[in-house]
Design a protein around this ligand. Structure first.
Ligand code: SF4
Length: 218
């Protein structure tokens, strides 16, 4: 992984208008870290993929496919790709992993199926753009717009950090974005099928345990 030596003295401008600020943050990252930006999207909704593609048409968007994505998520990613002309790269775990580790050790499963593939996806990257929002969950309430991710040696840019649920809904309406097929079945936060239950917030993830994060976002 490339060591990040840049300072953040020149950070993206903030106007207070969330949609403009999100695009500005991605444009800033694309210029500041030219050729070194990795955008990840889980395709639980269309927001970050659409914002990134609108800000920088054709920017590569990485989907980490754990092997346990809902079939509806795979369909949704394909649908958005066709409809908006997204440039999607799929990164998968290494082959021949033991199956169903999630049933006994979700941390080990996430490490093998999410964290290790992310490390490969970030190889050569100097900036990582995510769809994290402060409104996602209490553990994300202090998510900054941009910061140094020292563990991964990248500058982490969270263009949607300040977006509320209302902002997401308004952006979707403004751009006529489709919903993930599971949304109207009660899923508001969508990850892997073994570890996601219908819920009005992220509490549906690892609902039967105290786990709240998979290890991607430290
Ligand atoms: S969310 Fe569940 S199935 Fe997906 S990688 Fe983590 S433990 Fe495995």
């Amino acid at each position: 992984m490339v060591a990040v030596t840049t300072s953040l003295q020149t950070v993206p401008p903030e106007s207070g208008r969330p949609f403009d600020d999100a695009r500005a943050a991605i444009c800033w990252a694309n210029e500041r870290f030219a050729g070194g930006v990795c955008v990840t999207a889980s395709f639980g909704d269309a927001t970050v993929a659409h914002v990134a593609h609108s800000a920088v048409p054709g920017i590569q968007i990485t989907l980490l496919d754990t092997g346990y994505l809902f079939a509806e998520t795979e369909w949704f990613a394909d649908h958005l790709t066709d409809r908006f002309g997204l440039n999607v790269r799929v990164v998968r775990p290494v082959p021949d992993l033991e199956r169903d580790i999630w049933a006994t050790d979700t941390d080990a499963c996430c490490a093998a199926r999410k964290v290790e593939p992310l490390q490969r996806a970030l190889r050569g990257a100097t900036a990582w753009v995510t769809g994290l929002r402060r409104a996602d969950s209490p553990s994300r309430r202090t998510t900054p717009l941009v910061h140094n991710d020292l563990m991964r040696s990248v500058v982490k840019v969270n263009p949607l950090a300040g977006w509320t649920d209302t902002d997401v809904a308004e952006y979707a309406a403004e751009h006529d974005l489709p919903e993930h097929p599971l949304t109207d079945r009660g899923y508001s936060s969508i990850g892997c099928w073994p570890c996601t239950k219908p819920a009005s917030d992220r509490s549906g993830r690892w609902a039967d345990s105290s786990k709240t994060e998979c290890g991607l976002h430290l």
